[in-house]
Design a protein. Structure first.
Ligand code: NCD
Length: 362
């Protein structure tokens, strides 16, 4: 499918729909990073930077007063769930959280469909943030004709995690200096390639699927510098070919300067890199404990590895970590993962404000 041409199918609103016009965000679901145009990305980054300033100076405001967010998580979450809830609270709104892991106490225990459960939440609230372990369930719910309010994808199995990718992108541009004076449009782009290493479980990691796609879409007009994506993983956990093909397609259609490279040795992969994006080996997605045990300690970032790493290279991780980043690395100024986690609040404040029609004017 051509990622830049409008689809004729029911998913057409999920491609290239979100632009710099805040009206295009209002009432829209956010399911995939493919919905964001470059101007849409600029708007979101600008809005997130403003949210950061707002939180630092005033703690928040009341622009979402009388609005209610429903969060429904059919799978475990700390950061995504808490940052969305806090984002809503900091903008004066209210939150209703449903823990639906393994069905939880929802009517799915009685056989209700996911769409019917979400429809129920939408009768009482204004926007739904949803996570589900099965790829496709969130998009199918959002596109169900009974669903009339925005659904935000907070992770769908091994599919996508668009809001994580957006906060990752915000972190990258913030950390490597593109975001100057909280105004992304002032950037003086470098002509050096941006080298991003995606490390670990690239097969099951939805965060790296969304991030690779988003970086590829952002290369030409947003970063304005060549992009090198280095995939470093054990053979059995390699980046799915459909993601690599999508990026090739984006590259061809947009005339982008993107190189995709495959590595198994992290020391080779991180040479001259700007970002080392570590991921957790996703135990819950393996068919057998033996398969998991064979790969679980494949890559550990420790102080020894950091001694060999480029001085400018930041370390990112969507978190939670298990043992793939040694806690001694936390003290290294290049460890950006806690700053990245904080950015999740600002980016999600911006997303909620935009989809509820309060993204720009107060
Ligand atoms: C990630 C996820 O749920 O995909 N966590 C998150 O949302 N920050 C990564 C993971 O669980 O490993």
């Amino acid at each position: 499918m051509n990622p830049f041409s409008p689809s004729k199918g029911p998913a057409s609103k999920l491609i290239d729909g979100l632009t710099s016009d805040p009206a295009t965000w209002m009432g829209q679901s956010l399911i995939s990073v493919t919905q964001l145009t470059t101007p849409g990305l600029e708007l979101l980054v600008q809005a997130a930077a403003e949210m950061r300033t707002l939180v630092k100076n005033h703690g928040g405001d009341d622009r979402l007063k009388h609005k209610i967010l429903a969060t429904i998580f059919y799978e475990a979450s700390t950061r995504t769930s808490c940052s969305f809830q806090t984002a809503m609270l900091r903008l004066g709104g209210q939150v209703m959280h449903v823990d639906a892991s393994a069905g939880g106490n929802t009517s799915s225990k009685k056989g209700e469909t996911v769409s019917d459960t979400v429809k129920c939440l939408q009768c009482y609230t204004d926007v739904t943030v949803m996570r589900h372990p099965t790829q496709g369930t969130v998009v199918n719910t959002a596109l169900d004709s009974i669903i009339t309010k925005p659904v935000i994808n907070a992770g769908d199995g091994v599919g996508e995690h668009p809001t994580q990718a957006l906060l990752d992108l915000f972190t990258i541009i913030d950390e490597i200096g593109i975001l100057q004076d909280d105004n992304v449009l002032n950037n003086e782009p470098s002509t050096e390639p941006l080298i991003v290493v995606l490390l670990g479980d690239l097969k099951h990691g939805r965060t790296v699927h969304s991030l690779a796609k988003l970086l590829a879409r952002a290369q030409r007009e947003f970063f304005k510098r060549p992009l090198v994506l280095r995939y470093c993983s054990p053979e059995v956990l390699k980046m799915p070919s459909y993601i690599q093909e999508y990026i090739d397609e984006v590259s061809t259609i947009a005339g982008s300067d993107i190189t995709q490279e495959i590595y198994t040795n992290v020391y080779d992969a991180m040479k001259n890199s700007d970002v080392l994006y570590q991921t957790r080996v996703q135990k819950e997605r393996f068919n057998s404990p033996v398969e998991y045990a064979n790969v679980k300690g494949a890559y550990i970032i420790d102080t020894q590895l950091m001694e060999d790493a480029p001085r400018k290279m930041i370390v990112m991780h969507p978190l939670p970590r298990v043992d793939e980043i040694d806690t001694d690395v936390d003290k290294d100024p290049r460890a950006a993962y806690f700053r990245q986690m904080e950015n999740g609040l600002y980016v999600r404040m911006a997303i909620l404000a935009l989809v509820l029609g309060k993204g720009v004017a107060y």
